[in-house]
Design a protein around this ligand. Structure first.
Ligand code: NAP
Ligand code: SF4
Length: 773
């Protein structure tokens, strides 16, 4: 639903005499541009675009008050005049754009990825290889004073306020929780004493800054870890902090080490604002809600329902700098929504690469990836309306070219059409609907049912052609696969085994039965496993969908999980006296048996996103899917899938049915194999469906090959080093492969290189190609 109006979202509010022109704050997010003074112009340009896009205030990425508080060894603490002076460029850029600028002060504590890490006690976080040592009494006071000094440097740099990071499991949070604070002095031993550290920090900061300077405190409204705080403790803390001088509270949700997802796509929108509302009832200053607020409707409802006074959005503003302006203009349907994939932002941050955005590769590259107006308007034909083609068309039109898109199917979206059918990824649909709306506004038309070749378009008079024809599923070559795909392993009554591709399964063309083997455990193998946790079980003879390809796609209606369902699944309770708000998870069990297979011997899902992979692995495990590495595929036959596995495989006992009986059978089979000098065991999986998730192959018009087919390896290396330096060229997508015979043709996305294809690379290559035409 698109709201006709957003009265709450667009209404101003003043704090300490400084006006927030509306209720949207760009939340803090580390981009990688914070760590070098040389990158300040890029940081300023990135913020300027967001300020000009209409947000009320921008909170920077975290800056440490001391060296020990750095997140990485390369960080720049905000502790001297040089950095304060350099940041005048940032504050001017934000102010020129009409927004307020707030500097976040973040001491990493035991999350510091370096040997100098300090915490409340001697401790080590499960997500860092470096143990942290306890701050001494003297060091505690030095740290408190360092916060005050950093805040005064922020005021000197022209910031309107600071945000003190007290959540997400960083140092202040480590003082607040019994989980990490075992002190018995003035800073630990009781709830009240554990709270002394943040209270003293706020007092010191307030005393060090001008009267009209805003002190925002990011408070952990939900901890989501064992031995964390209860909400009641958080309310008591908030009262003390307010008395000490806090002007507003921003919400933090969960520690980074929490085993409950808080920001990925599968978390329902606005899933945690009930906790912000609870805090709001205990304080008299404004509060800010955050996490999974990414549409104008959701944001307006959060405010209208009294859950918060502001909404904080970080990733949604990476995705679309014009978010607020579009809302103000009544054009919310044009917003390029953040799909919470983390692939180009947080996954980059946690790999020490510069952040950007999957759906907006210009984010954090504003000075380098420039879509300036073209000097010569060209007539450009784009073949393929997957995301690569659509985003190329948009960027070309923005530069002033005349663009027409030709799509062989009857709808746009390509691989995104499949992704949005995966439970938890339903909102990927918004990327497609919004980009198509924007194309309409730019007078770019998509001609459906048109399978064109570059030659045809050039003959028709197009000046340049972009080939974005995407990928098709790779079919592995072992015995029985072709027969299974053709239905030749099924009896007349539908008994036997069918082999289907992930594309046919997800699009609804084919259905899976009661016992399913998933071959290939990359991103799509996991997507398919999650799809199978929900999809109804087809009975023998019903495996081919009765709906046609086209109608099943048109009928598709997303049913994202409700907040209540999601909380029940993960065990998040709304009880103010429960430690960490942790309850008993009640996962949804699959209606079928699922076994996931891969040839690699490493554990499954290793290659998934750094910040999202664990959620997919947990969901599939909770659903009861069996995961088997080290598999060799022998054949598919009417009795099932024949494989061999290493005789020491930990999955063996489950492959033999699990429990004591499975363990005994596995031991017996291993013994028998050993007696014959074998280190592998042959097993027939009695499945009725085999789903192929074995990667993709490029789809290209005949005769059009990439100029450098071996580039697939170079490509991985190039993208592996992405963001490692601030040099734009090392971050660039590979040069588009053009047919050597005709430089007017540009092959992009999966059509160029299928290996490791993801939408991040496809969209970036599309926009970079458009920038050069
Ligand atoms: P992928 O990551 O390359 O995985 C395909 C897997 O199939 C391989 O890991 C390989 O594993 C197996 N395989 C390949 N060829 C095979 C063969 N001939 N016979 C048997 N097994 C074979 O590809 P994908 O899963 O299709 O994903 C495509 C891209 O989309 C990836 O870049 C992925 O990261 C991205 N994506 C990501 C997500 C996510 O992060 N959630 C979701 C969807 C897609 P073994 O060799 O070990 O068997
Ligand atoms: Fe959102 Fe994904 Fe872009 Fe990050 S990369 S801002 S999660 S769309």
């Amino acid at each position: 639903m698109t709201l006709m109006t957003t009265p709450q979202l667009l209404s101003p509010l003043s704090i300490r005499g400084r006006e927030f022109r509306n209720r949207v704050i760009m939340g803090s997010m580390h981009t990688g541009l914070e760590d070098s003074l040389d990158d300040i112009p890029k940081l300023a340009a990135y913020f300027k675009e967001r300020a000009e896009g209409g947000v009320a205030a921008i909170v920077t990425g975290g800056y440490a008050p001391t060296l020990a508080g750095n997140l990485t060894p390369y960080g720049l603490p905000f502790d001297n005049e040089d950095i304060s002076d350099a940041h005048r460029a940032v504050t001017s850029a934000v102010h020129d754009g009409g927004a307020l600028a707030i500097l976040q002060l973040l001491h990493s504590g035991r999350y510091g990825y370096h040997p100098m890490a300090k915490s409340a006690s001697d401790t080590q976080s499960p997500i860092s290889p470096f143990p942290a040592s306890a701050l001494t009494e003297e060091e505690i006071w030095d740290t408190i004073n360092a916060y005050a000094t950093a805040a005064s440097y922020a005021a000197r740099a022209g910031y309107d306020g600071v945000q003190i990071m007290g959540s997400e499991g960083y140092l202040i949070n480590q003082f607040l929780a019994a989980r990490t604070n075992s002190r018995e002095d003035n800073w630990g031993g009781s709830v009240e004493k554990r709270q002394n550290f943040p209270v003293e920090i706020v007092k010191a900061v307030r005393a060090a800054v001008p009267d009209d300077f805003i002190v925002d405190y990011r408070i952990s409204v939900l901890e989501l870890v064992e031995d964390g705080q209860t909400q009641e403790e958080v309310f008591a803390l908030a009262s003390r902090l307010e008395e000490a001088g806090v002007d507003m509270f921003s919400s933090g949700i969960g520690w980074h080490e929490a085993k409950i997802p808080t920001i990925v796509t599968s978390v329902p929108r606005a899933a945690f604002t009930w906790a912000t509302k609870a805090l709001r009832e205990h304080v008299s200053v404004p509060v800010v809600a955050s996490n999974r607020i990414n549409t104008a409707d959701v944001a307006e409802n959060v405010l209208a329902d009294g859950h918060a006074d502001f909404v904080s959005m970080a990733r949604p503003l990476l995705a679309d700098a014009q978010f607020v302006n579009r809302v103000a203009a009544g054009d919310a349907q044009l917003i390029n929504h953040c799909i919470a994939c983390n692939q180009a932002c947080l996954d980059h941050t946690f790999s020490n690469k510069r952040s950007t955005c999957l759906v907006n590769p210009r984010a954090c590259y504003e000075t380098e990836l420039v879509l300036g107006p073209t000097r010569t308007t060209k007539n450009v034909g784009v073949i393929g309306a997957g995301v690569a083609g659509l985003f190329a068309a948009e960027a070309l039109a923005e530069r002033g070219h005349k663009v027409t898109v030709f799509e062989a199917a009857n709808r746009a979206g390509g691989q995104f059409q499949l992704a949005m059918r995966i439970p938890g990824k339903e909102e990927f649909v918004s990327t497609l609907t919004a980009v198509q709306e924007r194309l309409k506004r730019a007078d770019v038309y998509i001609e459906y049912g048109q399978r064109k070749t570059p030659e045809e378009l050039l003959e028709q008079g197009f000046d340049e052609v972009i080939v974005a024809t995407g990928v098709s599923p790779r079919i592995p070559k072992f015995e029985g696969v072709e027969d299974g795909l053709a239905g030749r392993l099924l009896d007349a009554d539908g008994q036997g085994v069918q082999v289907i591709t992930y594309a046919d399964l997800i699009s609804g063309k084919k259905q899976a039965g009661q016992a399913v083997a998933v071959i290939g455990a990359g991103g799509i193998g996991f997507d398919v496993a999650e799809f199978l946790l929900d999809a109804p079980v087809a009975q023998p003879g019903e495996t081919a969908s009765s709906a046609t390809d086209a109608s099943s796609e048109q009928d598709y209606v997303p049913h994202p999980q409700s907040i209540d369902e999601w909380r029940t699944q993960w065990g998040v309770v709304d009880s103010t006296d429960v430690v960490g708000n942790l309850g008993r998870p009640q996962p949804h069990k699959a209606p079928r048996q699922i076994v996931m297979l891969q040839r690699k011997t490493s554990s499954l899902g290793k290659g998934l996103g750094k910040t999202t992979g664990w959620v997919h692995r947990a969901a599939v495990l909770m659903g009861g899917a069996l995961q088997v590495p080290g598999v060799s595929y022998e054949k598919v036959a009417k009795d099932g899938l024949h494989i061999t596995v290493p005789s020491d495989s930990r999955a063996l006992k489950y492959l033999f049915g699990g429990g004591d009986a499975g363990e005994q059978a596995a031991a017996k089979a291993a013994e028998a194999a050993a007696a014959e000098g074998q280190d592998r065991i042959a097993i027939t999986l009695p499945v009725d469906t085999v789903v192929l998730c074995t990667g993709q192959e490029s789809v290209r018009p005949e005769g059009w090959e990439p100029t450098a087919p071996e580039k697939s390896d170079d490509l991985s290396a190039e993208w592996a080093s992405e963001g490692a330096s601030s040099d734009a060229s090392s971050n660039a997508a590979p040069e588009p492969a053009s047919n050597t015979h005709d430089p007017r043709v540009h092959i992009i996305g999966g059509a160029d290189v299928a290996a490791e294809l993801d939408a991040k690379r496809a969209i970036r290559q599309a926009v970079e190609t458009a920038a050069k035409i």
